[in-house]
Write a protein that binds this ligand. Structure first.
Ligand code: IMP
Ligand code: MG
Length: 175
């Protein structure tokens, strides 16, 4: 057994709540009366999605897409595939992608390209967290929660090898 990893709180549940409220306010302003499809990337975005949509007071649809990009550890394999696709028609719809984290950007860019080919009326990105120091491809984030240092984080949906998704705070996984 490897030693128990050490966790240090980076953003508390209260800070997360405040940030999700701020994002919801921005999104409410832009999407009023448009009935967008919010597409969450599994698994990491499920908690953020659940909190965010409860603060949105206009008609919307929720979809999830599952991509494979990461192996068990902390590094992207760089090869991305759609493992579980969409059930809704995206053509002509306002689409808002909901991400837990933009790291290298490879996953996000893959998904945005994949969706763009389906000809949505509009396509925007909302990311709870961003690790710009790790970026390999440019990504425009329309609605951003937190900027992260170059550390591996877990909690609030984010995992390390499927562990720690249930933590209510966002924590740094110490080396
Ligand atoms: P990217 O393709 O490198 O941007 O990675 C995107 C995916 O990698 C995210 O959706 C996460 O699942 C995972 N990931 C990247 N950095 C972290 C982190 O610090 N903690 C947990 N998961 C991460
Ligand atoms: Mg993961």
């Amino acid at each position: 057994m490897s030693p128990q990893p050490k966790l240090r709180i980076l953003f508390t549940r209260d800070e997360i709540e405040t940030t999700v409220r701020k994002l919801a306010a921005e999104i409410r302003k832009d999407y009023q009366g448009r009935r967008p499809i919010l597409i969450g990337i599994l698994k990491g975005s499920f908690m953020f999605m659940a909190d965010l949509i409860r603060l949105l007071d206009f008609p919307l649809e929720v979809e999830f897409i599952r991509l494979s990009s990461y192996g068990g550890g902390r590094e992207s394999s760089g090869e991305i595939k759609v493992v579980q696709g969409l059930r809704s028609e995206v053509r002509g719809r306002d689409v808002l992608v909901i991400e837990d984290i933009v790291d290298t950007g490879l996953t996000t860019v893959f998904l945005l390209d994949y969706l763009r080919k389906k000809k949505p009326a509009s396509l925007k990105l909302c990311a709870l967290t961003d690790k710009p120091s790790r970026r390999q491809v440019p990504v425009t984030i329309d609605y951003l929660g937190f900027t992260l240092p170059n550390k591996f984080v877990v909690g609030y949906g984010l995992d390390w090898d499927e562990n720690f998704r249930n933590l209510p705070d966002i924590c740094i996984l110490e080396e």
